[in-house]
Ligand binder design. Structure first.
Ligand SMILES: [Zn+2]
Length: 334
């Protein structure tokens, strides 16, 4: 099997990670263990399942040792913000950030992988420190920290769309108890006019934090319809819009977009430098089997999600980006 690498990607390691997730699922998670009982034999692969069929299966999708306890914890379908943070990171395009700081030569070096990028950063830092003294070096070092985070896929909202966009607003139909997206990025949910709240006054009160964050610049994430509802009331001037869509819509849409599924969360983002919809491959494995796109969540432990067919994904294919050499989602029906 051919192993292509790009930004630390290895097809062999990726598949091995999926196999480990599947083995653990069969070992510890009722939803998958039961499939052996139903089949009357040991299965090699979990039965592919459409994501909408999993919504009411949280109890069976958690490991036996750490069951879902609805009286003690909120629904697990809202993850800890990781998929959103990584999706925004992917949509921020690390090549552009590198080019802006170090010019064309470093960009070409950086694009071939993480190690050369980090080497380029530290070489440049050493050169600047030798030439200009500690004050100038400090500025370059600050940028280097940001860029290293980008290459390590640990970038924050600060690296997204430039430095002005420091917070993330997410349009939702229910509130969520979260104020940070991780890595120091402020987060606020924004309830749309269609959200289920007692009245407009209450909705305005719940949206206050989002409204405040919006004034100093933020990325706002929502579906086309949700954004049409909330943008007029929150004021679009200081906001950078990132569309959220099902896969078919995301593939057909121009501009910044992230692919979203209610069960899987955010799983792909369009990278501006190549225009392709990049799978968040460190978080998800994707393959087409039996004619359907199937995703396996590689990092999540509760719920455990294997061979899940996302909504709106008919005709999708997994390919390799010719520019970044990492997995992208495309369509076979175009
Ligand atoms: Zn690409």
């Amino acid at each position: 099997m051919l192993t292509l690498t790009g930004a630390g990607f290895s097809a062999l390691r990726w598949e091995a990670a999926r196999r480990r997730t599947v083995a653990r699922a069969f070992r510890t998670v009722p939803f998958y263990r039961e499939q052996w009982a139903v089949a009357g034999r040991v299965l090699d692969e979990p039965v592919p399942v459409a994501s909408e069929q999993l919504i009411d299966q949280l109890f069976r999708l958690c490991p036996l040792g750490r069951p879902f306890q609805p009286s003690r914890e909120p629904t697990l379908w809202s993850d800890d913000g990781t998929t959103l943070r990584v999706a925004i990171n992917a949509a921020s395009d690390s090549r552009t950030a590198t080019h802006a700081v170090f010019g064309r030569e470093a960009t070409a070096q950086a694009s071939s992988g993480r190690r050369p990028a980090v080497r380029a950063l530290s070489d440049r830092w050493a050169a600047v420190r030798a030439a200009s003294g500690p004050a100038a070096a400090r500025t370059v070092f600050d940028r280097a920290v940001v860029l290293r985070a980008v290459f390590g896929h640990r970038a924050t909202g600060r690296a997204v769309f430039g430095r002005r966009w420091t917070a993330v607003l997410e349009v939702r139909d229910a509130m969520i108890d979260r104020r940070w997206l991780g890595r120091g990025v402020p987060y606020a949910a924004l309830l749309s006019p269609k959200a289920d709240v007692v009245n407009e006054e209450r909705r305005a009160a719940l949206n206050r934090r989002a409204t405040e964050l919006a004034t100093s610049g933020a990325v706002i994430v929502g579906t086309r319809n949700e954004l049409a509802d909330v943008l007029p009331e929150i004021g679009a001037a200081s906001l950078r819009v990132l569309h959220r869509a099902g896969l078919a819509d995301a593939l057909g849409m121009a501009g910044p977009v992230v692919a979203y599924d209610p069960v899987l969360g955010y799983y792909a983002a369009r990278m501006p430098s190549c225009g392709h919809l990049h799978l968040l491959w460190r978080l998800f494995h994707a393959r087409v089997a039996d004619g359907a796109l199937q995703l396996t969540a590689l990092r999540r432990r509760r719920p455990v999600l294997c061979n899940v067919i996302p909504v709106d994904a008919a005709g999708a294919a997994v390919e390799r980006c010719p520019r970044h050499h990492t997995p992208i989602l495309t369509t076979t029906t175009a």
